[in-house]
Structure formats: structure tokens, C-alpha cells
Design a binder for this molecule. Sequence first.
Ligand code: ATP
Ligand code: LTN
Length: 332
Amino acid sequence: MSIKRVLSGIQPTSDSFHLGNYLGALKQWVELQDGHDAFYCIVDLHALSAETEPALLRKRTLASAAQLLALGISPEKSTLFVQSQVPQHNQLGWLMECLAGFGEASRMTQFKDKSSKSGADSARVALFTYPMLQAADILLYQADLVPVGEDQRQHIELTRDLAGRFNTRYGQVFTEPSGYILKTAAKINDLQEPTSKMSKSSGSVAGVIEIMDTPEANAKKIKSATTDAGREVRFDEKEKPGISNLLTIHSALSGQSIASLEAEFAGKGYGDFKGSVADVVVEYLRPIRARALELLENEEQLIQMLHAGSEKAKKTASVTLNMAYKSLGLVL
Ligand code: ATP
Ligand code: LTN
């Protein structure tokens, strides 16, 4: 059996990734580097689908690279690259737009959510075509697995549909990918609003645990997380969304099962439990933040590493794009 291909992407839309990004997706990126042929992409073109400040986009792209390395992505084990440095993404993106129906694109919930937040009139066309560019990101590398959080399931389904449609109509070119979505930590919620997902763009400042935030700030956020009525530390997403979210976070980082945490904190109050969650989170993130800050001191080195990754990515991407062009009857 041949070794499986993995691809995933993350937008450089904030100064720091948060715990939802890490537990929902990036932790799997690190694990899948071993035993798979992994491609990881900082999707800066996707970030342009909303208003961006040029200096910030640049800074955040480099900060994303530094954080990915600090979290354990190794350029020796996987190909880490920047989307805009590999023009085949735009080229295949167009082909995907030519294949996708207006109706199916209109049903994408991420588009509906984000466009309704900004008002449909001011949403960019690129927010609508975003999933077709994402399909291109994945299909260019013939990925078998796409590690993402639960919110991306629909985009992966669309990618599979587009790949299958192309293959049936024009001949076998693309691998149909599967999502790699964990059951447990696929959705980490906002600490202040524990029924909505922790999010870079729409989360509350106090509800989002950032990798690059100081240990003191993160400890404070956890200690002031919204909890639920009662004082029992028990996993119950309906009745106790706040405590359940903290249990998920603790368990994912400490490796302790939820059942053993419930037993450990039986008879103790929320205060003790939150103190323990804060310790686990702070100690886990401390060395990661320090390493990312250190890497950011040498921008040139980061840029060179990204160039090398993008050159490697281009080699694979151009083979797939050529096959797709040929199948469509484009003259090469
Ligand atoms: P935005 O709010 O700008 O859409 P985001 O915080 O949702 O950003 P993305 O860049 O869209 O982050 O997501 C990067 C990866 O992290 C994706 O695979 C996504 O599924 C995952 N992810 C994001 N938020 C969470 C969350 N709260 N829980 C689990 N996974 C998440
Ligand atoms: N849409 C994703 C980011 C993304 C992605 C990808 C994820 C862009 N291209 C390819 C996996 C594979 C998001 O918003 N999290």
C-alpha cells in the first residue's frame, strides 16, 4: 500500500492561532507528518477574501509559519508552503469554479454565516468562490486525507463532489479526499460564549485562548470562563456547555480521560477545576510561544524556508494541473 498524502491549510487572519485551531486541526497536522506525505499550506489568498491590511497580512503570514514550526511541523518531514507562491492554486481554482454549480456554492454555510455578518452586499465575490479555491488546494496534491475541524466538513464534501464530477466527465485525474475530523476536540468553544465556536474573527477577546498570548493573560481568561449553574464537574454539553468545553480542553492537552477528570474533581468546586485547566493550558503553551518568538527574530530564515517549501509544492501541483488542462482539451 502506498503512503497516504495529507493536505491542509490555515488562514493567516490573526496574530495568533487559538486553542480551537490547535486542538481541532493543527495537533493532527503534527501527528500526521509521521507515516504520511504531508503538505501544509498557509492560505494567504483565502485571507484576502475579507478586507486585509497589507502590513498585517505579511506579519501574520510569517507569524503563522513561526507558530506552525513551534507547534512541531518540521520542514524535513512535511512540505510547509505559502499558497500565493504556488500559482497553480489560482489556475485550478478557476477550473473548479467552472465545474461548481451556483446552487451548491450558495448552500455553503460558511459563506452564509460570514456574508450575513458583513451584510450580503458588502461581502466579497471571493467569499463566495472561496470553497472552489479550497477544493483546488486539496486536489492539486491528490490528497487522501484533510485534517480539519468540524466546521470544514461541508467544504471537504464539496471537494469530493467536484473531484468525482471532473473524473466522470473528463477522465480520472483527481483523488477524492476524505476529511480527517476528530470526534472529541473537533469543536472547541468560546470561553465566554460556550455555545459558539472559538474563532479568530468572531470570538470574544476574553473567550479565545491564543497561543501567542502571555501565560498570565491565558490563565486569567480560563479562570473567568463562563460556567454553568450548579457546582458539579460533569461532561454534559447541553446542560453544562461551559464545563464540558473546559473538560474537553483539559483532556486533550493533559491526555487524561474525561471520566477520570470527573472523578478527580468530584466534590470539589468549579474554582479548583478551573485552576487545574489553567495550569495545564499555560504549561502546554509556554514553550511553544517562546519558540515561536525566537523563530520570528530571524525573518530571512523563515522566508527562505517557505520558499523552499513552495518550490517543492509547485512540482507536485504542476503535474496535476497539466493533467487537468489536458483532460479538458486545453492546448498545452
Ligand atoms: P475564522 O474565525 O477567521 O474563520 P477560525 O478561527 O475559524 O477563523 P480557520 O483559519 O478558519 O480558523 O481554521 C483553521 C483550522 O482550525 C480549521 O481546520 C478549522 O476547522 C479549525 N478550527 C477553527 N476553529 C475551531 C474550533 N473552535 N474548534 C475546532 N477546530 C477549529
Ligand atoms: N477553509 C479553511 C482553510 C483552508 C483549508 C484549505 C483547509 C483553505 N484551504 C485546504 C484544508 C484544506 C478554513 O477556513 N479553516
